[in-house]
Ligand binder design. Structure first.
Ligand code: UT7
Length: 416
């Protein structure tokens, strides 16, 4: 790869003219780095049984979720995103200063403004990148990835950092069993780098179907319904979802979106080593496998451990799939997501990076070394929702499964 030699911008398509000019070589966007971060605190189905009228058996059979992660009070979307980002940058073998563009996909930004991407830019020590957030809900990482690919292929950027980061547990109504059991917190990231070597990101398929606009939404806080005592009293600052309608859309669209991306890559589903779908519900992923006429072992799943982490779900899953040895150099993989909007997106990728770099990057970046600058003279109220705080404050400790702990993170966490 020549990504580090600075040749990409010089070989921009169309840059050379005249009869004697050599044909410019196409620039490809390769995934050179990947990383993830999940908070240590585990919220199990048994914990939820103590909060709402639900039970482990219902949650597991209807969703496949066994537990999810909850960010600590001092963690934010930006802080989680910055850890995942630094791991991805380390895996790519570049400096944070080499990044030209930062795209952060989230539906739970730290603030309405500035962008969470801007906070991450400062936290990782980059001083030149353009930085912006991507609002496409659970499809956000795939939308960001496709945008990064376009920037690289057009010669606008050599290295793009794409992050999916979510702190959903602060936007859940813990009296609504239809939503609060589904979501969790975390972040994942990828670095895309320019190269004239073939491979990397291939066919893109993105769709938006606004008839589903109010199927998953957060009613208040925006310009249509600014925050007020009334909107808070009515619980309109929490995520609402029509589960059944969303389920129908997801099962209809995920396989067709993935298929379109595979076809645009000149491939067939059987050519794909691993599909990495949005981790919303195991039944939805099973429907995708059925729709593509493939066995479940071609679908990567970790929904049992993290629940639905929205825009973070695909990059967390991609990082785990690679680090756990499910992807090798030369494999084709397809990332595919759906979400509020309704949005849906897929990109097929020919993997070209050494998978071993991901684990080394996890070990190299210690989350306690990563800091997001706080506002001066301003105290936030306790960010943990009261129902969750009550549960977390009960005596006792929660064991974090040791095989699921990223090196450098605490291995157990106490609720006291
Ligand atoms: O990233 C995109 C975000 N969203 C999604 O992907 C969600 C897509 N939808 C889903 O995954 C499913 O629709 C859910 C998991 C949300 C719900 O599963 P379902 O099989 O569609 O259940 P349902 O909504 O039809 O509810 C069946 C029953 C109802 O009781 P009755 O009316 O039959 O007596 C619900 O009240 O299950 C009840 N129920 C629960 N019971 C125990 C709903 N939530 C729960 C719960 N625990 N947490």
């Amino acid at each position: 790869m020549d990504a580090k030699n600075g040749t990409a911008a010089k070989q921009r398509p169309g840059a050379q003219h005249g009869p004697g000019a050599q044909q410019a070589r196409k620039i490809h966007a390769h995934v050179t780095g990947w990383g993830r971060y999940v908070p240590s605190q585990v919220l199990s189905n048994a914990d939820l049984e103590r909060m709402v009228d639900t039970n482990d058996e219902w949650i597991v059979t209807r969703t496949g979720i066994r537990e999810r992660r909850v960010a600590a009070a001092d963690e934010t979307t930006a802080s989680m995103g910055a850890v995942a980002a630094l791991r991805a940058i380390h895996a790519a073998g570049i400096s944070p200063k080499d990044i030209d563009l930062i795209l952060l996909a989230t539906l739970t930004p730290d603030y309405w403004m500035p962008s969470t991407a801007a906070l991450v830019k400062e936290a990782i020590g980059n001083d030149k990148a353009a930085a912006m957030d991507v609002a496409a809900a659970c499809s956000g990482f795939v939308y960001g990835f496709a945008t990064a690919q376009a920037w690289i292929e057009s010669g606008l950027a050599k290295h793009v950092l794409v992050i999916g980061a979510e702190l959903l547990t602060r936007f859940l109504d813990y009296t609504d069993r239809g939503t609060c059991i589904l979501f969790g917190d975390g972040a994942g990231a990828a670095v895309l780098s320019a190269s004239t070597e073939p491979g990397g990101a291939l066919g893109i398929e993105l769709t938006t179907e606004p008839q589903g606009a109010y199927m998953i939404w957060l009613p208040a806080g925006g310009a249509k319904s600014p925050p007020s005592a009334e909107t808070i009293a009515r619980g309109e600052h929490y995520i609402r979802m029509e589960g059944k309608e969303t389920y129908r859309f997801a099962t209809k669209t995920l396989a067709s979106t993935a298929l379109e991306s595979v076809r645009k890559s000149g491939l067939q589903p059987d050519d794909i080593r691993l599909f990495i779908p949005h981790q919303a519900n195991i039944r939805i992923i099973e429907a995708v496998a059925k729709g593509l006429d493939l066995p479940m072992d071609r679908m990567f799943t970790n929904v049992d451990k993290y629940g639905n982490t929205s825009a973070a779900s695909v990059p967390i899953a991609m990082a785990e799939a690679v680090n756990e040895g499910h992807v090798e150099v030369g494999d084709r993989i397809t990332i595919v997501a759906f979400g509020a909007g309704f949005t849906s997106g897929a990109v097929t990728i020919e993997w070209t990076a050494d998978p071993a770099r991901g684990q080394a990057a996890d070990a190299a970046i210690d989350p306690s070394d990563v800091h997001v600058r706080l506002p001066v003279d301003w105290d936030s109220v306790d960010p943990i929702p009261p129902a969750l705080a009550e549960l977390m404050n009960r005596p006792g400790s929660v064991d974090v499964p040791l095989d699921d702990v990223v090196p450098g993170e605490p291995q157990t966490v106490s609720r006291v």
